[in-house]
Every structure is written in C-alpha cells, then in structure tokens.
Design a protein around this ligand. Sequence first.
Ligand SMILES: [Zn+2]
Length: 418
Amino acid sequence: MNGPAGAARNVKKTEVIFFASSHQMQEHEVAWHLEDLRSLACVKTTDESSLTLGVVTGAIEECSAQLAQKLEVNKAMHQKIRICGDTQIEHVLARLCLGTNKVNHILRVHGLGLWQEGHTIKKFDECQKSTLDRLVPGLSEQGHQQAALGAKVGGLGWRPAVDIALAANLGALISAAPKISAMISAVVRAGLVTEGVLENCLQLKILSVKAAFLSQLSESERNKAENFIDKSIEAATAAWCAMSLGSTRSISAPLADTIFEESGVAAVAPQLDIEAAPPEEGTARKVTSLHVQRELSKLQDCTNLRTLDAALSSTCNWSQLKRLKELRHPETSHAWLWHINPREGSVMTEIDYVAAVQKRLGAKIIDAECQCRICGEILDSCLSHSECCALADATRGHYAVVRAVVDGMRGSPQSRGA
Ligand SMILES: [Zn+2]
C-alpha cells in the first residue's frame, strides 16, 4: 500500500489462506494476529471457497456449482454457433472450442471430486450428447460410444467429461507435483507448517486419483498405464530438477504404449510394444499436464474400444465392427473431419459431410422401409447394402469407357511412334 503514490490495497484480492480448521483459527485468533490480518487481506481456510486462476477451490459443492455454471455458458454458446448454418463448421467449432475444452482447467484441479460427485458432470455430458445428436442424427448408444473415442481409433474425439476428468486431474498432478513439493519444502523451511503434513496430502491425492483412473481400465491397459505413470513422474521430477538448477538439458516426456490389443488376440510381447514407441531423438516433448492427459486418454480409448467391440459383436453388427477395424488402420486419414478452408469454409457439401459422419458412426440413416433401386432388396437402416450392391451389368458402362480410352490411346500418334 503506497498512499503518496495513490495506490491502495485491494483487500478482496489479497488472500491469506490458512491450512487450519475453523476451530484452530478461533483458538489461535490472538497469537496469529487474525484481526490485524483481516484489515489487510481476505482471510480464509482451505475449506472455504475462493477463486484461484479461474477455478473455484474449497468444498466440492462450490466446485460443482462452477461446473454447472459453465454448463449454462456452454449451452448458450452451442445455440449461438448454430448461426453459422453449416454442420461441418459447427462440428469443428464445438469440438475444438466448446464442450470439455471449456472445463478442462476445472477438471485438472477437481477431476476426482467431480467424477465422484457424478451428477453435474453427467448433466454436462448430456448437453454434449444432445448437440452431437442434432449435428449427426440417428446415432445409437454404440454410435455415441464410438464418437467418444479418439479419431485415430475411429471416433470423433468427442470425449465426455466423465471420461477425461481423471486423466486431466492425474496429468496435472504428475506434471506439477515436483514444483508443489519444492514449494512445500520452502513453506516448511519458513516454519509455516509441520514437515510431512502437506507432503502426505499431495501423495495421498496423487494415489487416490491414480487408483480411480486405473480402476476404469482393463487389465492390459492398467499395466501399461502404471508403467507410463511411473515414467512420467520420473521425467517430471528430472525436468523440474534440471530447470531449478538452471540446466538447459531437455527431458523428453515418455509415451504410453497405446497399441490396441483386441480381446482374444494374443498380445505382442509387451516389452516390444514399449520399445516400438521410444521418445524420438532431438524432439523435446515436455512433460506437460496436457501431454500426460492425452496419453492416458489414449489408453482409456483402448479399454473403451474393447468394450465397444464386444457390444457390437453381441448385437451381430458385423459391418460396423469391420468399419471400426478399417478406421483404426494406421494409414487411414481422418483429416477430412476437421478440414475447413479458411476462406471458403467447409469443403464438403453439408449433406455429404453428415452422411459420411453418420456412416462412420453406424448411424441410422433411413427410417422408412426402402428398396434398393438396383437389385430390389430391402435396404438396411445404415445403408451398408448400398456400398456393395452391384449387378453384373452395372460394370458394363465402366468397361465400355475403359475400352474407349485404351483404343484412343492406341490410335494416338505418340503410341504409334513408340
Ligand atoms: Zn442392391
């Protein structure tokens, strides 16, 4: 506070948070000079809610209330972007700017708490689901499960908050833990807190989020995730040590072994899988919260994909099972899903784009009974028949054109000269 310079302390914005219970606060009121402190700052305990870097901290009810408020904003923005009147643009905007992107920072802090509370996060996901239903009509429950997977394994990357909450929380904890530990050491050295108290809190938090995350995975991915988490913790600690010593040595973040092993198919030796994805030389992939979250989400995709495969098999949906397998082939490109020309907008006609996404997710495209115009067979609701229906005569025109082109080339001066 500098009176002569015209500066005044903003008491509301100056926060002092005590790691103590309200009972302890009353007990030490005089010794801690709380009355003086209250005239200078906003004094709180860790149980009371406050807003730090855009995230409400304190009791879980307050955190859920913030998520519920973000849900309303999200709903309103989904309504607003409908004005663009183009499904592809709307899809790309919603996928990249709305939905879980709007709350990822909250999930990084309170992922576990909100996942356990469950109610608000479910409402958030319902809003996402209804938007997807509007953009791509006819999706079944399995279609939604597929859309929630990453694009590389055949989904749309339309991940529900309930799926990313724990990965986001764990990613943030792993990447920030070394820094928080260093801050705790400083606090202990200053005599503000007894040694071991905050350290235990941090370790307990990491262990509980890790246990909850691992509980969602199937055994194969659980082992891979444990391996990846251990390596990430090591890398984060090494990166923090290097940085605090002023070293320029870059620590490369580990990659998770995200090779999908189908159930019933013997897994390739796990050791080999890990070797197959070593950190590339010279590329300093940093151990950031986002990197860890992304890798953990890929592992979760493998478990969810196996569940989806089983669901499709149990309903004898072989065409979609086959499509899903083709979609996760390493050489399949998914760029068309997000490809937008910055000047012209979408590059596919709206009807083609919607139909292509519907086919990708095995959506019900026609409701009424309809006959194939070529062979007369009754069409299935997903129009799988239309992809392969051809009568013997159907290729006649095609070969007539081929013959004409070949004849033309034979008769050309160049070919005669050759
Ligand atoms: Zn047909």
